[in-house]
Write a protein that binds this ligand. Structure first.
Ligand code: SDX
Length: 392
């Protein structure tokens, strides 16, 4: 409070820019990519097509789609020297820290790609990053297991290629399980863009200084790592596992989440914009059941998640604060069913969000947005004279 006005600090509801890419209505729980409802996109589209839609504003025809795939496949490798950077990390390094470093390092190996002067340059840099980033995501996981680092296979589509680069075991045939590929494709679509969230705003802010695309996206990866943002999907599974180990006492943890003296929060619950069900959570919840049934998996974490959701949605504390499950509440359960380890969950979020980050960065550069420079409300010391050391 400063006298007459109440300040809602911290970018809580600032109109930071004009955008044509993604619209969401938090009260209605609606999300549209370039005007198309997320429910229709998730059901009828595929991740490569969504990349094109976000980047170019329209769904591609057959010729445009094939050309886009070809353009991406042109860059379907990563400079061998990049492996030396990866080697320098301990196996215990969190994949998000490795991914942010490697993404920024792409600038050193592709310096021309970041000197964008027009739309063609932007699209060229975008296609290069889309191709190489999926390698970096796969490599961060392979590094933790000491597995050889694969390159892309241009006979596969984008999601199949990522899946094979990540999970192919040396000297073994590799089978693409269509249930896993379809589920991965859908989850990546659901994470593809989300207007001016924390990591996207970071990409725009860094890019507004005319920083190159790779370094701007690297900053977005770091922002997404935070447990209040993309890191929540890992935090949700750790929370569910903790509740399971603690006799599955869901009521105890809902009470902890409400206790102001307890720093515990129900991870995967609440959202800055959605004051209704996150539409992505609804879709992922259904997909989670489908995948677990098709793969014949029983996961206690899902049972606990369902109990948590039921208890919380009937509790005044959550109802009054309009706290509902968000995209991260179920995604960890489906990732685990697909064989993706917990420490890779946020990397999966980054891979999904990449086309959104790039599209927003491209829009910011094409619009010629000015360098971001927010102001503040100063409440520090008033003017005063310097005091020499001997007089202090
Ligand atoms: C993502 O912005 C995006 O679009 C993000 C994202 C995307 O696609 O990019 O959707 C992805 O980041 C989803 C959110 C993932 N994070 C979590 O699940 C972490 C748990 N959620 C909370 O930390 C929180 O809900 C936030 C960070 C998501 C939103 O925080 P806000 O809007 O700043 O809300 P707040 O912290 O001001 O809380 C308002 C009230 C407070 O209580 P009071 O002070 O009014 O008494 O609600 C309470 C909070 O204590 N609250 C929670 C809670 N979330 C908010 N209480 C318990 N558990 C929670 N999860």
């Amino acid at each position: 409070q400063t006298g007459l006005i109440t300040l809602d600090l911290g970018y809580k509801n600032t109109g930071a820019t004009l955008s044509d890419i993604t619209y969401l209505d938090g009260d209605k729980g609606e999300l549209f990519y370039r005007g198309y409802p997320i429910e229709q996109i998730a059901e009828k589209s595929n991740f490569t097509e969504v990349m094109y839609l976000l980047l170019h504003g329209e769904l591609p025809n057959q010729e445009q789609f094939l050309q886009f795939q070809k353009n991406i496949n042109k860059y379907n490798y990563v400079a061998e020297e990049m492996k030396k950077i990866l080697d320098a990390f301990p196996r215990s390094a969190h994949p998000m820290g490795v991914l942010s470093t490697l993404t920024s390092a792409l600038t050193a190996f592709n310096p021309k790609a970041v000197n964008v002067k027009n739309k063609e340059d932007l699209d060229h840099a975008a296609e290069m990053l889309l191709a190489k980033f999926s390698h970096l995501c796969a490599w961060t996981y392979r590094k933790t297991l000491g597995l050889p680092l694969n390159h892309g296979d241009n006979n596969l589509n984008y999601v199949e290629n990522f899946y094979k680069m990540t999970f192919r075991m040396p000297n073994q045939d590799f089978e693409l399980d269509p249930v896993v590929v379809d589920a991965l494709d859908k989850i990546l679509i659901l994470h593809a863009d989300h207007e001016q969230n924390c990591s996207t705003s970071t990409v725009r802010m860094v890019g507004s200084a005319q920083t190159g695309l790779f370094a701007s996206i690297s900053a977005g990866v770091s922002a997404l790592w935070g447990p209040l943002h993309g890191g929540a999907n890992q935090a949700v599974i750790e929370m569910l596992e903790h509740i399971e180990q603690d006799s599955g006492d869901v009521a105890k943890y809902v009470a902890k989440a409400k206790d102001k003296n307890d720093s515990f929060r129900l991870m995967g619950f609440g959202h800055r914009v959605y004051k209704n069900f996150d539409p992505r959570a609804r879709i992922i919840k259904k997909a989670t059941y489908d995948v677990l049934n098709k793969l014949g998996i029983q996961d206690k974490a899902l049972d606990i998640a369902m109990q948590l959701e039921k208890v919380a949605l009937e509790d005044d504390y959550f109802v009054e604060r309009q706290l509902y499950p968000n995209v991260d509440f179920y995604s960890g359960i489906i990732y685990r069913a697909l064989g993706i380890p917990t420490e890779m969950f946020t990397v999966m979020f980054a891979l999904g969000r990449l086309p959104g980050w790039i599209s927003q960065w491209k829009e910011m550069r094409l619009h010629g947005d000015p360098i971001g420079r927010p102001r503040q409300v100063y409440q520090g010391a008033q003017q005063r004279d310097y005091v020499p050391m001997e007089s202090r």
